[in-house]
Design a binder for this molecule. Sequence first.
Ligand code: GAL
Length: 382
Amino acid sequence: MRHVTALLCAGVVLLPLAVVAGERRSFRPGERWPDDQGVHINAHGGGILDFEGRYYWFGEHKVAGEIGNTAQVGVHCYSSADLYNWRDEGVVLPVVKEDPDHDIAVGSVIERPKVIRNPKTGKFVMWFHLERKGTGYRTARSGVAVADHVTGPYTYRGSFRPNAGVWPRNIRPEQKVTAEVAATHSFSGGDLPDDPDRLNLIARDHEGGQMARDQTLFVDDDGAAYHLYASEENSTLHISRLTDDYLAPAGDYVRVFPGRFMEAPAIFKHDGRYYFIGSGCTGWAPNAARSAVADSIWGPWEELGNPAVGPDGALTFHSQSTYVLAVRGRPGAFIFMGDRWRPKDAIDGRYIWLPIRFRNDRIEIEWAEDWDLGVFGGAESR
Ligand code: GAL
């Protein structure tokens, strides 16, 4: 209890007014965000599952120092009824300590975990970006883990590069040929020659599967789930449908934003349209966010520019997107979730949650020091 006050009023002792320790009624982006134990929430690059009246926040557990940029602990989960106050549900997918060669061994990279629930199997399915220990960012695979209960434990099922042997819907015949430059070079953000199509990275990786780094999951109204991942040396995003059990790619995907080096994908649906938020490709350093809209998840996607407006908008308020949360019971209410990375002391990374506004067919995100769900207007309906 923060304080317990007995009020004496006209000779009548009223019930004590109790305020639960640390109880929050607003979001304060960028500040330390204590959980129910008073510890700064440790769920970076996270996403949220809304399940049976509670929100479940899954993210990367980071430790102090630069070593915290690698997975030393695993995927952490928190739950909340109101989005302001979070209960620590523990580490739901631990790294493997006993086997240094395991995919998810201590020191591997487990980034941007997202969990969705499959209505048919009742299973909770987690996808994340996996880099095997010591490979830098060259593994570029997707890892999958499954649980019977939302808070785990999650059982690791394996990793792969998605869509091996499958061409995307929008491939052109000339792109099916591996250009020599793609076969012999690797690329990092912004490092592509003028015409990225010439590289045909998609052809280079056709057989072994497509590179998958920053990623997210999205479940559409009809129950179809999609995996969005930064592919082709981060130059191009893929949107890939999952099988009915959500455990694997269904073999149906599309390339979007070719050569635009977009990562940190987040997606949501509003009034029948799909909105995308992502970032440019500058590692832990913030850059200007990107946004786009489409009438079909398969595109065409129309870029809408940087949705972050006002002071510091050019650097997305020193953050990078990770998820967009649809607030339960408030149609049209969406929260941008970003990470303010602290690569020198990873555990101290901060969370930038801000309301999304729809304006003139665009989306906008404006800085707010301290805000609550009241900004979305109207009363909450359950
Ligand atoms: C960022 C990416 C992060 C992490 C980082 C490593 O671009 O969004 O998830 O991979 O690079 O430098």
